[in-house]
Write a protein that binds this ligand. Sequence first.
Ligand SMILES: *Cc1c(COP(=O)(O)O)cnc(C)c1O
Length: 381
Amino acid sequence: MTATPRIDVELDKIRHNTRILVQRLHPLGINVIGVTKAVCGHPEIAKAMLDGGARGLADARIGNVERMRQAGITAPIVMIRPPMLSQICEVTDACSSSYNSEFETIAALSAAAHRKRKTHRVILLIEMGDLRDGILPDDLDALVARIVDLPGISLKGIATNFACLGHKEPDHRTMAAFSALADDVESAHGPYMETVSGGSSVSLPWALGPFKKGRINELRLGEAILLGIHPLTGNPIPGLHTDAFSLKAEVIEAKVKTLSCSNSRFSRETPSLRLVPDHAESIRVNLAVGYQDTDIAGLTFPEGIVLAGATSDHTVVETNDRGIRPGNEVNTQPNYSALMRAMAAPDVSEVIHSACNASSRGPKGPIRPTPSLVAIDGGYE
Ligand SMILES: *Cc1c(COP(=O)(O)O)cnc(C)c1O
């Protein structure tokens, strides 16, 4: 039997999603960078993004970047979380560029890169209203003046974030103001702003809308590529696959447990109380997956299965289906939060399916990618 909990990954769908987004954005002068943080820098998924036409990769954690480098990926990888001062050396070794908002960090990158006779590319992260990370536009000029002549680094562009902390979708005025900053930096200080990165999947409606793109020539896409949806609305993006990932969990208990059985059957005072009608007898099913493995609330269950609750190691669902027995697998669709936590969880294995081969990593060693075992309700595989 194949190990569970398990994430099945269909690489073809990731490649397809990347390709479609690249095809739509390229005519607008916008390059796609594939964001790998939700899949912990999984090298095969990163390669599928590159095969689909992504210009480069981006991640927020150095460990993920090193994993991709160790797997032989030589494409440019940008560190999109401003580097920690304690990881400057690793960042200059593994990343071609990084997003920055603090002078001290840029000075440390400069010193480290200079020592190694390298040039690290600096992208300045600009705060455009999300209030997570970034330089206030009013402070940009003074910061550029301080870093523009530092050795070991070259200022290559600007980037911004939307709807990371807040929920505000970028509007065309904000994008135009951001784009204008590229011109301002160039005219005041000289260096050409090669990269003007206008945000993540949340910027897609703006990019594909009727607005002028200005200087913006890049988007960093994670969720849109991986899950095929708009992050803010959850709506599918037409033409993309929304099921490149599925999370399988195994049934360890399936029993009828109704409130009527605990309350009314044994109560002399309320002999007529029946909270659950006979015909809708609910079966409670325990799955061997819990909060330690993923964001349970971020899982979508097949039709006819409803989440009742979860603990660190158990997930309880309700169904009317008497066919579900221990050993069966229940197939769920993870959202971004569930996906990223499952990909990082040590007890969740991954099985990579591609058109002609498959490989895996998991707590139980190599796993053969066999189809799952249950066929109930049409909701399973
Ligand atoms: C996570 C992240 C992205 C990608 O966001 P998606 O919503 O997955 O497209 C892009 N840029 C930065 C800085 C990020 O942290």
